[in-house]
Design a protein around this ligand. Structure first.
Ligand code: FMN
Length: 199
């Protein structure tokens, strides 16, 4: 089993989302002793944003790319290869301003590539990253689970599903900014959800 862990917090240390993602990986590794882990911490190696130069590089045929353009596309290629090689993907995701950190958006922008991770057919779009399990470790200061304000979870489900990543298990650690007792409860609830993971 190949596990890919993506940490999306802007914090390298002390991130709740990373802590939950780590606990999920520990659980998976206990159940699958031979599992290999690839860890990508986007606070350490942030993916550059999808700007005009990056789009220009992507839309230039490979053999016509400048050295700089080829290098930019190679950064995205590396992330795509990691996802393709993974059987299980564990994403540690804080809520920032009702969305995800910019770092995670840049990661999604990197792995969503027409003809590679999705394609358009006569029947509509088809995700090509199939047969993988995804665990989402969601850390929030407030309480948004199962409310209309939780557009973050809805967006993640939509965009990952678009890429073929439809088998998603959500682990929520919520209420982390609502005082010590609420934070303790939120983390305990996340731990209980992790214990319930079959592995
Ligand atoms: C820039 C920023 C924006 C945030 N926006 C929200 C938000 O919209 N909703 C929410 O519930 N919590 C919000 N929080 C609280 C974080 O989700 C919470 O502190 C979480 O633990 C951060 O993730 P991390 O511990 O993995 O770094 C925000 C925190 C930061 C730093």
């Amino acid at each position: 089993m190949n596990i890919l862990q993506i940490n999306a917090s802007a914090r390298r240390e002390g991130a709740n989302s990373t802590r939950i993602a780590d606990a999920i990986v520990t659980r998976l590794r206990a159940a699958n002793p031979g599992a290999r882990l690839t860890l990508r911490d986007l606070a350490v190696t942030p993916q550059p944003v999808l700007d005009e130069a990056a789009l220009g590089a992507l839309f230039t045929p490979a053999e016509q790319r400048s050295e700089a353009q080829a290098a930019r596309v190679a950064l995205d290629d590396a992330l795509i290869a990691e996802v393709q090689a993974a059987d299980v993907i564990v994403l540690g995701v804080p809520m920032y301003n009702f969305g995800t950190p910019t770092q995670l958006k840049a990661w999604i922008d990197a792995i969503a590539r027409a003809g590679v991770t999705f394609r358009y057919t006569e029947k509509g779009p088809e995700g090509l990253l199939t047969g993988k399990k995804v665990y989402l470790a969601l850390a929030r200061g407030g309480l948004y689970r199962d409310t209309p304000a939780d557009t973050q979870a809805a967006w993640l489900k939509t965009v990952l599903g678009f890429l073929g990543l439809t088998d998603i298990e959500f682990v929520y650690a919520e209420g982390l900014a609502l005082g010590a007792e609420a934070a303790r409860k939120g983390l305990a609830e996340a731990e209980a959800q992790i214990e319930a993971i079959a592995g």
